[in-house]
Design a protein around this ligand. Sequence first.
Ligand SMILES: Cc1cc2nc3c(=O)[nH]c(=O)nc-3n(C[C@H](O)[C@H](O)[C@H](O)COP(=O)(O)OP(=O)(O)OC[C@H]3O[C@@H](n4cnc5c(N)ncnc54)[C@H](O)[C@@H]3O)c2cc1C
Length: 297
Amino acid sequence: MTLFNIQENVPMRKYLSLRCGGNARYFAEINNVNELQKAQKFALSKGIPTFLLGQGTNILLSDSGYSGLILKLTGEFKSYQFEKKENSLIIYAKAGAILGSVVRKAAKEGFGGIHLLAGIPGSIGGATYMNAGAYGSELSQAVKQVKTMDSQGNLKTYSVEDCAFDYRSSIFQKNKEWILETILELPFTPEKNLIHEIEEAMKSRKEKQPLEIPNAGSAFKRPQNGFPGKFIEDAGLKGFRIGDAQVSEKHANFIVNLGNATSTEIAKVFKHVEEKVFEHSGVQLEREVIFLGDFNQ
Ligand SMILES: Cc1cc2nc3c(=O)[nH]c(=O)nc-3n(C[C@H](O)[C@H](O)[C@H](O)COP(=O)(O)OP(=O)(O)OC[C@H]3O[C@@H](n4cnc5c(N)ncnc54)[C@H](O)[C@@H]3O)c2cc1C
């Protein structure tokens, strides 16, 4: 098969906010739906799995890498378009567009609702898959439709009801379809100074989160009865370290790479935190960070 730009044995750390992990057996940057379908056929012909990467801000890739094909959306997939209605803004955002840029630009034009998601450093596709949220808002509250491609290359459209959005969860985590585009509707919000609110939220993130050190955002999801950071602190784990992998001194629900942490070390810190928090408070923490590849060696 003729291949556009599929490369072999590609180091992935530069694509991942945790800056660790091994190689992709195959890797390709994908510009449009046609290339995505070709890449899917390539993987099928080789009998290997595929993984669609967004901005890589919620992933821990194992040190042994990924034995299939990792795809990253670029080109046409980075674009988004605005359509103004009387009291709202419709946004046609391709999956590779950057969430922060989209919501910030909409806020500048007076459309809010999800403006406080501006500080989440992922793509539209990743934010839809994760139903990303912050400061009481979630992406799903603005979603109208999601366009996807299934494992046979068929194109589909989901209404927001069909997306089964929940806390950090969506149907796409179960059906493994690839999100191509998310259509959002944001209300006109002239009564608020949206940009000021965004700046305040960004300031609060800077104060509370270890943004200067590689990390993948919240390590664990919020359990019913409290905050993971508090349970982790109460178990005496703030600053707990294995090699260069550490429970952040600044925010205990962030696990950071102090420089040369391996993914194995980071995974060990996750496991230790899970065990100790369970021992200390009986809470079984659930990972928000997605583990990709083999961690059993
Ligand atoms: C400093 C920091 C702060 C963060 N703060 C927040 C926060 O406040 N709230 C929050 O919710 N998250 C937060 N995160 C986590 C992360 O940014 C979000 O989960 C984000 O939505 C992930 O987007 P991404 O493009 O980086 O996805 P990736 O990390 O690349 O991928 C995450 C998952 O989405 C899937 N995916 C990506 N694109 C597609 C697609 N087009 N189709 C199908 N599946 C796809 C991937 O396969 C993977 O399973 C933070 C992360 C960091 C580093």
